[in-house]
Design a protein around this ligand. Structure first.
Ligand SMILES: Cc1ncc(COP(=O)(O)O)c(C=O)c1O
Length: 479
């Protein structure tokens, strides 16, 4: 079959249109004899019939295994060099009570980035000492709640915050462990909006200002300095950016040892996953080995003890374990003019969700792939663009993929690698109800976050729902 000239160079027509490449799909994904995709032992057709579409589906065993494997990889790498490692699950990727528990059961700590995430983690029963709080603009209420709860670490993001956290800790009679977020200046190889360690951005403080900031932290009896923190960006495949950030941080870390203990070095998260078949994401073990090896090497060169190593991956743990299930509503073939007077056809399949359940294509030009989920087909593959149903031309779920030519209305399609930053970035744009999240495992499906209803959509509107059950103002601790 000839490739459609509108297809990007990385996309080739599939040899087997029914294949579910293992590096993109959840570990348990396969097709049943009728061709329906099965995840966690449950056919997606069964899930659609029971819970409707769109629907977030998480392979629970896969998510748990990825968490455990990440912890084991860093623990083993650290142990080989005579230190320890702590893995925080970056809960911004996807947080619910269940997921928080899976992570804790796998031995991970959690990092949270707002009072809301903190509230969910605490309500899920996560031990406060296992939590780290992030954020470039934590409110006084968020800081106060975190300190009062006894979180294990607060990542200080600005000079002003040193005084705020110290005052809150003093007020609660606590000694609050803190990290200092550094803008290392390392340019991650990723989409611009995901690269968080460039000089001209909002996170952290410049490396050159770190010694004075740490002096200020150490001057407060209510603070305990744990170490430096860096997060250079997200969805990064090449390890060199992390290594360079580690080198830069360790030079300052060594200097800080002159003034007291520096127990830890936190290198953040951001390891990449495969969203489409052409993506080649490294396994977590070589990443852990290379990172720890590099940190150990630099420490040897500098003649300093190897600190405990902390990392905060989110996407690599939950991303590949999730798929989003949609029903196709309409199909349109659009003739597109090419540069050389020829034309080509792009097929638009519109589904019953879109940018409200997956903002990443609109936000970051993220690429995804898609598969026919409800049946087998031996029709020729054609290039498709899967569009959402929102009033926005940028409302695209899958920009380019091949699907069998007979896919159309009422078919179910599944988009893999949507476990991270889809549910957590979901909105109610156009007053679409946010989908349920179903965890599947060993042939059982459990709703872990219920889908919104029309009543949910009306609930916050004071005219339409004048007697809400709770005070309509935002709880102070979440703001
Ligand atoms: C400070 C920090 N740590 C960790 C992460 C997790 O990144 P990822 O999910 O790409 O691993 C992020 C993501 O934005 C972050 O900002």
């Amino acid at each position: 079959m000839l490739a459609n000239p509108l297809a990007p160079s990385w996309l080739v027509p599939p040899v087997d249109g029914a294949a579910l490449p293992a590096h993109v799909w959840p570990a348990s994904a396969h097709r049943d004899p009728d061709g329906a995709i099965v995840i966690g032992g449950v056919a997606l057709t069964t899930l659609a019939a029971a819970h409707g579409t769109p629907l977030y589906v998480i392979d629970e065993a896969d998510a748990r295994a990825r968490a455990a494997r990440t912890r084991a990889a860093f623990a083993a790498a650290a142990e080989r060099h005579g230190t320890s490692a702590v893995v925080y699950y970056a809960s911004k990727a996807f947080l619910s009570g269940e997921v928080a528990r899976w992570m804790v059961e796998a031995g991970l700590n959690l990092d949270v980035a707002s009072g809301g995430e903190l509230a969910v983690a605490l309500a899920a029963g996560v031990e406060p000492a296992r939590l780290g709080l992030h954020g470039n603009n934590k409110s006084p209420a968020e800081i106060d709640r975190a300190v009062a709860a006894g979180v294990g670490a607060i990542v200080i993001d600005s000079l002003l915050e040193i005084e705020r956290v110290a005052a809150a800790a003093q007020h609660h009679g606590r000694v609050q462990p803190v990290r200092l977020r550094i803008n290392s200046g390392v340019h991650a190889h990723t989409h611009e909006y995901l690269a968080t360690a460039r000089e001209d951005q909002k996170f952290g403080i410049p490396l050159a200002d770190a010694p004075a900031a740490v002096d200020a932290i150490r001057a407060h009896a209510s603070l305990r300095f744990l170490g430096l923190h860096s997060h250079i960006g997200s969805q990064i495949f090449a390890i060199d950016g992390f290594l360079e950030a580690a080198r830069r941080l360790l030079a300052v870390h060594a200097e800080l040892l002159g003034g007291g203990d520096v127990a830890e070095l936190n290198l953040g998260g951001g390891f990449g996953i495969a969203y489409v078949e052409a993506d080649e994401a490294p396994a977590i073990e070589p990443v852990a080995d290379a990172l720890v090896e590099a940190v150990a090497g630099v420490c040897r060169e500098l003649g300093i003890p190897l600190p405990r190593i902390a990392v905060e991956p989110g996407r690599t743990i939950i991303g590949p374990a999730g798929v989003t299930l949609y029903r196709v509503g309409t199909r349109k073939d659009v003739v597109v003019a090419l540069d050389d007077d020829r034309s080509a056809v792009r097929r638009y399949l519109s589904v019953d969700g879109g940018m409200s359940d997956n903002a990443r294509p609109a936000l970051y030009s993220a690429d995804y792939t898609v598969a026919l989920a409800s049946r087998a087909s031996d029709a020729q593959p054609v290039l498709v663009r899967v569009a959402g149903k929102h009033c926005e031309s940028g409302d695209i779920v899958v920009r380019d993929a091949y699907l069998p030519a007979d896919v159309g209305p009422d078919d179910l399609v599944a988009v893999p690698a949507t476990g991270a930053y889809c549910f957590s970035l979901a909105s109610n744009y156009n007053y679409l109800a946010r989908p349920a999240v179903v965890a599947v495992r060993d042939g059982r499906a459990r709703v872990i976050v219920r889908g919104e209803t029309e009543a949910d959509l009306l609930r916050r509107d004071v005219l339409l729902n004048p007697t809400p059950a709770t005070d309509p103002t935002t709880p102070a601790a979440l703001s």
